[in-house]
Design a protein around this ligand. Sequence first.
Ligand SMILES: NC(=O)c1ccc[n+]([C@@H]2O[C@H](COP(=O)([O-])OP(=O)(O)OC[C@H]3O[C@@H](n4cnc5c(N)ncnc54)[C@H](OP(=O)(O)O)[C@@H]3O)[C@@H](O)[C@H]2O)c1
Length: 413
Amino acid sequence: MAARAPLHLLPLRCSATKEDQSEYTDKSRNVRVLVLGGTGRVGGSTAIALSKLRPDLHIIIAGRNREKGASMVATLGGNSDFAEVNIDNVKSLEAALEDVDLVVHTAGPFQQAEKCSVLEAAIHTKTAYVDVCDDTTYAWRAKSFKTRAVAANVPAIITGGISPGVSNVIAAELVRASKNEGKAEPERLRFHYYTEGSGGAGPTMLAASFLLLGEEVVAYSKGEVIKLKPYSGMLNIDFGKGIGKKDVYLLNLPEVTSAHEVLGVPTVSARFGTAPFFWNWGMEAMTTHLPAEFLRDRSKVQVLVQLLDPLVRSVDRIAGERLSMRIDLECSDGHSVVGIFSHRSLSVSVGTATAAFALAILEGSTQPGVWFPEEPEGIAIEAREVLLKRVAQGAINFVMNKPPWMVETDPRV
Ligand SMILES: NC(=O)c1ccc[n+]([C@@H]2O[C@H](COP(=O)([O-])OP(=O)(O)OC[C@H]3O[C@@H](n4cnc5c(N)ncnc54)[C@H](OP(=O)(O)O)[C@@H]3O)[C@@H](O)[C@H]2O)c1
């Protein structure tokens, strides 16, 4: 029999305002979490991580495909079931959310999506919300629902995966530590990411990567917005133990704008690289030779993904699926600090990270409103340590707040 949910998990602040109050005053009812896209790689790995961290949670896998849903429910075991939901159908979405405490939205791609339909449905049904959005336009559209979420008493975290997500929290902690130590003002923040092949993620992640190549890169230089060509500005970055030096290229990622706005760092950029090396050449060639309008068209990109997916999967078998991220903060006095996180699998680490954000919301660490991970109202400063500890389980390298020379692959003595 499933364990009872501890009292601090019930009722959720927002659940208490749900129409059917009787259900939420029943303390024996398990907390219900609906994972949209739970039949996919990121959603599936989130559901598995959630069920390992909190076996008492009732997990509902939601998607359009019953067969894939049944297979994931079989993997999770007794405390789970499937709901057929299409996010383009508002009625089915709202009906599915009516009876749940938290929705985890992993059913991307978020690029070029016209509406934040899941967040809107979450606010309408007074359901807590977290997504793994990796698109700047989508993230700021979601942010514009903050007042409505506050009025509905709904806590929501956006861009709550690994990168963006945990990378934002690492950046926030580097900035906080520098300020606490009374060092000079944070001046430059750089996010660097490396993923082998698809990182074990699914076709939607591949579509997201191609769609991002159609977006001009937004970065900040001394407080000014600058627009740059995608997959340009290569740097060779040392990701340290287990990964080594890798080439990374500019990409338009939401953590650049949120870190600039929330953390107040004047110069911010994000770069991404993949392996084997010819995937980087392919991405560069796509931005150079395909029109940006083609790369911004979801249906055309889906066709490209269908063509390339088998090739990507075959190369994945030799490329591996490791993920690494390195965040560098430089201060006005020349002082620099670094945070690094590396894991054997992108999809497993996104799942663990998303589960950690979901639990932070359930544990009451998130205020009503719509928040980026670096905002203290999203993840309270005291809750960051627990979140990072949960995510660090299984990491092949995790260092925080170290000088750059200490994290090099061959550290100098
Ligand atoms: N923030 C981060 O750290 C991070 C990292 C990696 C990936 N991501 C993002 O995560 C997302 C998912 O990637 P993935 O690798 O898990 O992709 P995936 O394996 O292709 O899974 C996508 C899932 O979304 C569901 N879905 C798609 N359209 C839907 C719709 N209209 N209604 C309901 N469900 C729908 C699919 O279910 P059915 O087809 O069965 O309906 C499937 O379960 C991507 O957008 C990617 O960019 C974020």
